[in-house]
Design a protein around this ligand. Structure first.
Ligand code: ZN
Ligand code: MN
Length: 439
């Protein structure tokens, strides 16, 4: 029996714009007093009209371009209808058949290309808080997050292991941060992960695909890995028991319990038709001009993989380059590039010293580098010769030493350092001086 997991990922990213997607309320909602950043638009009051946020759309297109997508010349918003208490309008403004960006890819380190199906723009929902108030179980709702710009990145089911899924997610995370559209802080829910998993099973009797499962709203890379691994095992066992195969309609949605490390059934998945998508009548369609796209493309800095490659070209080891890029150590990256033209400094060594916390890129790099890499003269015969000459030339100071004035050792070390133009290894030199004075 051969088992091949098929994993796709939906990633939601909250954009860090000043205002929300369709109104002027502040988009920065984290930690704010509940329901203080709302207005008729994001509360979904009757008659309120949405006005799209251009900056958010630019960020969405920027993400698409960074993921090698094409930008659709014609695009529009659609209404996705569903009922939930944190969705006051009864629908989410999203994009259905004409997203801003389609068909791109992301390269894993192995060279494998993971397809990107689409990158579209939508709005976030409010937040429910289940709690106990005056001894009564209640659910509170906070609309500060309602209408915050959200970008959804949908991959093809091209990943075949949880390790590939993790690498994909980390790369998406780094790209989002590098292009400056969001901090993508997972703990604040700025980046939320939804793996879709099924398994291809090949045995003596044929090839079978297990039903698709979408795992909702995961907020850490490791939880995503655990959830995917649990699902793969569960689906294989389930298939062995029931023999149920994937159909067009039997996709289900599961949650992940990070304590029990298991997934659990939430609901049988809605199909697109259940959402009754239709074009948002309050926002006219967009015609995206080529020069608008080119302007956004020019704003994209070197992407993490390109930066890693440029450091590798200077001789920096890949693992060190990855650390410098993933920790966004801009100063260190700059320093490594700047000193790559300096013959006195080896870029590989310099990067490794910084990564290992031995060299502070904010201080004098050359001095630190020299001190850290200096081996100096350790040849005791050569140093003995030099020190002996100094001792012979300064009998009175030797006499002081013999009387117990041991701090004159420093004088001899200093003189010998001068003689060697600072090239002596300090430890070896100090040993030689002490030995000769004690003779
Ligand atoms: Zn508002
Ligand atoms: Mn979505």
């Amino acid at each position: 029996m051969k088992i091949t997991p098929l994993i796709g990922l939906e990633v939601h990213v909250e954009l860090e714009t000043k205002s929300k997607m369709f109104c002027g309320c502040p988009a920065d909602h984290f930690g704010k007093a509940p329901n203080t950043q709302t207005c008729p638009v994001c509360l979904g009051l009757p008659g309120a009209l949405p006005v799209p946020n251009q900056k958010a759309i630019e960020s969405c297109i920027k993400i698409g371009l960074a993921l090698n997508c094409s930008v659709n010349r014609l695009s529009k918003f659609d209404r996705k209808q569903y009922f939930y208490p944190d969705l006051p309008k009864g629908y989410q403004i999203s994009q259905y058949d004409q997203p801003f960006c389609s068909v791109g890819f992301l390269n894993l380190d192995s060279g494998k290309k993971i397809g990107i199906e689409r990158v579209h723009q939508e709005e976030d929902t409010g937040k429910l808080q289940h709690t106990v108030l005056n001894g009564e179980k209640v659910t509170l709702v906070d609309f500060n997050r309602s209408g915050v710009p959200l970008v959804e990145i949908v991959s093809m089911p091209d990943m075949t292991s949880s390790a590939e899924a993790k690498e994909y997610l980390k790369k998406i995370h780094e790209i989002i941060r590098a292009i400056g559209v969001s901090n993508a802080d997972m703990e604040k829910g700025q980046m939320r992960l939804e793996p879709t998993v099924n398994v291809c099973i090949e045995n003596e009797t044929g090839i079978y695909y297990t039903p698709l499962v979408e795992i909702k709203n995961i907020n850490s890379f490791n939880f995503a890995v655990q959830a995917i691994e649990f699902e793969i095992k569960r689906q294989v066992q389930e298939f062995e028991k029931s023999g149920i195969e994937k159909t067009a309609t039997n996709k289900t949605t599961r949650g992940y319990d990070s304590v029990k490390k298991t997934t659990f059934l939430q609901r049988t998945k809605e199909e697109a038709k259940d959402y009754r998508y239709f074009p948002e009548p309050d926002i006219p369609p967009f015609i995206i001009e080529e020069d608008f796209v080119e302007r956004i493309r020019k704003e994209i800095p070197l992407l993490p993989d390109q930066e890693i490659f440029s450091l590798e070209k200077l001789g920096v080891e890949k693992k060190d380059a990855k650390i410098l890029i993933s920790t966004q150590n801009r100063l260190a990256i700059q320093i490594v590039h700047d000193y790559s033209r300096d013959d006195r400094i080896d870029s590989k060594k310099l990067a490794s010293l910084i990564v290992n916390g031995k060299l502070n890129p904010a201080q004098d790099v050359l001095v630190q580098y020299r001190n850290l890499t200096k081996i100096g003269i350790t040849d005791t015969t050569q140093l003995t010769q030099i020190v002996q000459n100094i001792i012979d030339g300064n009998p009175s100071i030797v006499a002081e030493y013999k009387k117990g004035k041991t701090n004159v050792v420093g004088f001899f070390i200093g003189q010998a350092m001068k003689e060697t133009k600072g090239a002596a290894n300090p430890k070896t030199l100090s040993d030689v001086v002490t030995e000769l004075l004690n003779r």
